[in-house]
Structure formats: structure tokens, C-alpha cells
Design a protein around this ligand. Structure first.
Ligand SMILES: [Zn+2]
Length: 148
């Protein structure tokens, strides 16, 4: 997992200079229509770090191909300049490289309701899954992409 220092070196500090961070890295992704049709919970446009667009699209397509996409019930956000839950560190959401899904069923430090197969597809596409974290930071709703 990348450290906060590495992420700041790569993308800058969104807290200190949000405008230039957004201008350089953030993009409004037009979610392909067939993905929206398969997963109605997703918005039509997702504002995210442009590094995430290809892996997110690939992951969603693989979920659909394996009939695992039906597990996605709610979209709970991507870009959000905030600290980590339960910590003073900067959340990867502040760089737009993380997405939250099914938050109500996969609360921070709580249970994880995804199937093993669902989480495997994310892992195999280069995502770090909060479901894999130890009990004190387990975050089942959370998927972050650090394949750069
Ligand atoms: Zn998250």
C-alpha cells in the first residue's frame, strides 16, 4: 500500500491546493451505458482521478461478465477531501482513487457482506480492498486503486 508521503509526491496535497489537484488529476467519467444498465446503483458520471477510470471500467465489466455485479446495491462515493475513518491521515478518497460501495451493509470496522468472488475480482484488477484489512481498520465498503 502506498504511504501518504508517496501519494502526496505523486498527486500533490489536495488539502493544500485543491484547485490545482483537481485540474491536473480529476476527471468526470461518463460511465458507459451498458454498465449503467447492468448496475443501476452507479451514477451516470463519476468524478474520479483519471488513473482510476480504466481499472474501474475493467473491474465493473469483469463483475458483469461473472454475474457478480448484482451485489452492488449502492454507490457511496469516490472523491471526497477528508481524513481516513478513525485516523488523522488523509483518506485515499481525497485523491479520487477510492470508491465506496454498499456502505450500509459493510460499515467501517463492521461485517463484510461481499462474496469471496466479488472481492477477488477487485483484487485481481489491482485494487486494495478494505475488507482485507485488520479488525481495527476493516472497511468493507472501500476499494482503492494504487496500480501506478
Ligand atoms: Zn472508502
Amino acid at each position: 500500500m502506498k504511504s501518504q508521503k508517496q501519494l502526496i509526491e505523486k498527486f500533490g496535497d489536495p488539502y493544500k491546493d485543491r484547485a490545482s489537484f483537481e485540474k491536473k488529476w480529476m476527471q468526470l467519467w461518463d460511465v458507459p451505458q451498458e454498465i449503467n444498465e447492468a448496475i443501476p446503483a452507479l451514477p451516470n458520471k463519476i468524478y474520479c482521478n483519471y488513473y482510476v477510470i480504466t481499472p474501474l471500467e475493467d473491474t465493473l465489466r469483469e463483475l458483469i461478465a461473472n454475474d457478480l455485479h448484482k451485489e452492488i446495491r449502492t454507490w457511496d462515493g469516490c472523491f471526497n477531501i477528508r481524513t481516513k475513518r478513525g485516523s488523522s491521515g488523509i483518506s485515499t478518497h481525497a485523491w479520487g482513487i477510492a470508491v465506496d460501495l454498499n456502505a450500509a451493509w459493510n460499515p467501517f470496522k463492521g461485517k463484510v457482506t461481499w462474496s469471496k468472488e466479488f472481492v477477488s475480482v477487485w483484487r485481481n484488477n489491482g485494487w486494495i480492498c478494505g475488507a482485507d484489512w485488520s479488525a481495527k481498520s476493516k472497511d468493507g465498503m472501500h476499494f482503492q486503486w494504487e496500480g501506478f
